[in-house]
Design a binder for this molecule. Structure first.
Ligand code: ADP
Ligand code: MG
Length: 698
């Protein structure tokens, strides 16, 4: 029955069905049932006219009509009804259907009016409110939890405003039988987590009789939703383990050992050692590795990647690392060349600006196996890039890439290479479980020794002279300074103006030849950019003025001051990333957040959080609360937003439980082949159809 096309439901003809499909993706009964209310209003409470304020989302009034008239001409024609209770009067307005409404309404009888107050020229009115006779039946039906549904203009013109949707929902719920809405969680799970049945939950989410019912319904449906996301992800992992053979890197060979004993410039941190071991076990297990390495900026992920790549070479395979920007790719290239120089490996770099000649040479070298390590940007994904035998793919700063791009690299060998995915954007655990739920994860939770925590301070424009003074002190100590300006596409022109203005002021304050300033932004040609960065790296300049091109990964240990202009315009994770550019050497480093005077509450919290802590995870938790999961970098393409009820920022505890349950289930029956688990497979396939975006998660 739930697969019945929606046009067959009482009260829905072909026209309404059409808009339901177009506007809300509701095709069948099942789709409608899971179109949940977005909030509830208390229909047992009445407001008084004299207590209406702008803050109220809706008001419900009981009273009578004083007078009514149709006023205005042509397009401006409207019905105005003066409605009063004992505290005052208010205007109700209809711009459409006013003739019919005017005929229907009477004076001297009691009505209930329900609508959203709007303020116009200092006066308040209700436009197109619901209005009904205050009969005893109606009053007795009024519920403290009346569901409110999102609607659209097109739906409203077909009578499907929230009220209209509620009516068809009631019609549907009355028809639905227990057997139609089969339970999709086991008895055991229901008992363990004290969840109500699916049948009850669906009824109660739409028509709760009291707060408890609503709470139970939400708890059950959120659990179900998160459980199935997790089941899908974890099962994907199991299926992969069963069907995909991984290359076996059975030995730690000469190259790795040579590097480790003779050329490693420092001792690995405990965390680096642990993560390397996890990677080694994965790559030797016969399973194809899909591992995410999370580690705060500066925790030394590059070295872990590099050493994993040496293992690949030791076992006769090639490997590559993909970075999100050219600057970063070049920096990796340099690091790899420097560190691996004595080992005589063949390392190449491929980016968008590689010449045709270079490309040809690299393509050939990859195919004949001569090149051991390829470093690059998105250019690596291109079809023309083919390897003789790639065994390990590293993706740096994963959050900058989409799942599809990851998948393309996976296809670069007849059987998928091991995948090592690195991110310096700490994300809250709950989000990670969903975003990267199908990956095994490692955490580098320790900084290389000798790092002093970065000191962060927030300054307003008026304190700029002090900031200049501080910069001069630091430069006199031999340090280098970044100054970063926001650059946002929508305000690009203005942003460049600010950057240039800032640069001019700076040159004025820091004149040559005593001071030298580099400037780097996206409009510069690549060779010029390269030149400017190189000057800074060589310490020929003391200050680098830049847009956010330097955000990710850049590593210049002598730079110890990061000044972020218009900090209020950056999100927390970006601020944290930027700050991570300093504090990479042994000197005390500083981060200065410049802002204007007027700061909103959110901006102030962002600044305070940055000043208070250097802990990326703590910052990411605040970020999640401030912005909600949909705005966290990396979530947009992932389908996490498609959750209907659960909120990853608020329902972390349910998520944990749901993931555990899914894990337990799969531990017993990895591929869900047991008879009693058939329902899970069915449910997964139903969901796959109705939520195509979910296939993009992970
Ligand atoms: P991220 O994790 O942000 O990618 P990097 O890999 O760029 O960090 O490392 C940051 C800096 O720390 C680099 O200069 C690197 O050489 C240095 N580094 C990495 N591991 C260690 C270590 N075990 N001891 C000392 N310095 C290290
Ligand atoms: Mg890095």
């Amino acid at each position: 029955m739930l697969d019945t096309p929606i046009e067959y439901l009482k009260g829905i003809g072909s026209q309404r069905a059409e808009v339901l499909k177009k506007e809300l993706n509701i095709f069948i009964y099942r789709d409608l049932l899971t179109y949940y209310p977005f909030r509830y209003v208390d229909r047992t409470k009445f407001h008084h006219v004299n207590e209406i304020t702008e803050a109220l989302q809706f008001v419900q009034l009981k009273g009578s009509i004083d007078r009514l008239e149709i006023v205005g001409q042509k397009q401006g024609k409207r019905l105005i009804v003066v409605f009063k209770d004992r505290t005052g009067s208010i205007e109700l307005v209809w711009f459409k259907g006013y003739n019919w409404m005017a005929d229907k309404l009477k004076t001297n009888v009691e009505y209930i009016v329900f609508g959203k107050p709007t303020f116009f020229k200092g006066r308040v009115n209700l436009a197109h409110p619901e209005i009904e006779l205050a009969t005893p039946e109606l009053l007795s039906q009024q519920s403290a939890f009346q569901s409110v549904y999102n609607s659209t203009e097109k739906l409203k013109t077909r009578g499907l405003d929230s009220e209209g949707i509620r009516k068809i929902m009631r019609a549907l719920i009355q028809q639905v039988q227990l057997r139609d809405l089969e339970e999709n969680l086991s008895e055991e799970i229901l008992n363990d987590h004290k969840l109500i049945s699916r049948f009850e939950a669906i009824k109660q989410i739409h028509f709760p009789e009291n707060a408890q019912q609503l709470k139970n319904a939400e708890a059950r449906l959120k659990f179900e939703e998160l459980f199935y996301v997790q089941l899908r992800l974890l099962r994907m992992n199991k299926v992969r383990a069963h069907t995909v053979k991984g290359f076996v890197f059975s030995r730690v060979g000469k190259i790795f050992n040579d590097f480790f004993t003779n050329f490693l410039p420092f001792d690995l941190t405990g965390a680096q050692k642990r993560v390397l071991k996890e990677i080694r076990l994965d790559m030797g297990s016969g399973r194809q590795m899909n591992r995410l390495v999370q580690g705060d900026v500066g925790s030394g992920k590059t070295l872990v990647a590099l050493m994993s790549m040496l293992l690949a070479i030791d076992n006769g395979f090639q490997s590559c690392i993909m970075a999100p920007t050219e600057i970063l790719a070049r920096q990796h290239f340099q690091t790899f060349k420097d560190l691996l120089e004595p080992l005589e490996l063949k390392i190449e770099i491929l980016t968008g600006s590689s010449t045709t000649k270079e490309r040809k040479r690299i393509h050939a070298g990859l195919l004949n196996g001569e090149i051991n390590i390829l470093i690059g940007t998105h250019a690596l994904i291109e079809k023309s890039v083919q390897f003789k035998n790639i065994g390990l793919v590293v993706i740096d700063e994963q959050h900058r890439f989409g799942v599809e791009q990851r998948a393309k690299l996976r296809d670069k060998n007849t059987s998928p290479p091991h995948m090592l995915i690195m991110t310096a954007t700490p994300i809250p655990r709950t989000l990670a479980m969903t975003l990267y739920g199908d990956l095994d994860t490692s955490l580098i939770d320790e900084m290389p020794p000798g790092r002093k925590p970065i000191k962060t301070q927030h300054f307003m424009e008026a304190q700029r002279l002090r900031v200049f003074g501080f910069m001069k002190e630091q430069i006199a100590l031999g340090r280098q300074i970044y100054i970063v300006y926001p650059l946002i596409q929508e305000s690009e022109k203005m942003d460049y103006q600010n950057l240039e203005q800032g640069y001019d002021n700076l040159i004025h304050e820091f004149p040559p030849p005593t001071y030298q300033v580099s400037i780097v932004h996206g409009k510069l040609p690549n060779d010029r950019k390269e030149f400017e960065i190189q000057r800074f790296i060589n310490h020929q300049t003391q200050i680098m003025v830049a847009t956010t091109v330097i955000e990710v990964g850049v590593n210049i240990p002598n730079a110890s001051v990061m000044i972020i202009e218009s900090s209020e315009r950056f999100g927390l994770s970006q601020l944290h990333q930027l700050r991570g550019r300093v504090g990479r050497g042994s000197d005390q480093s500083y981060c200065i957040l410049m802002t204007g005077y007027k700061l909103g509450a959110d901006s102030r919290l962002r600044m305070e959080t940055m000043v208070r802590t250097n802990d990326g995870f703590e910052i990411s938790e605040v970020d999640l609360k401030l912005r909600g999961p949909g705005d966290i970098e990396g979530t947009q393409q992932s389908g996490v937003m498609d959750l209907k009820l659960a909120n990853l920022a608020l329902d972390g505890h349910i998520l944990q439980l749901a993931r555990q349950s899914a894990q337990t289930l799969l531990d017993e029956d990895p591929l869900l082949e047991m008879e009693k688990n058939k329902v899970y497979i069915q449910q997964l396939s139903i969901q796959q159809k109705s939520r195509p975006n979910w296939s993009k998660i992970g």
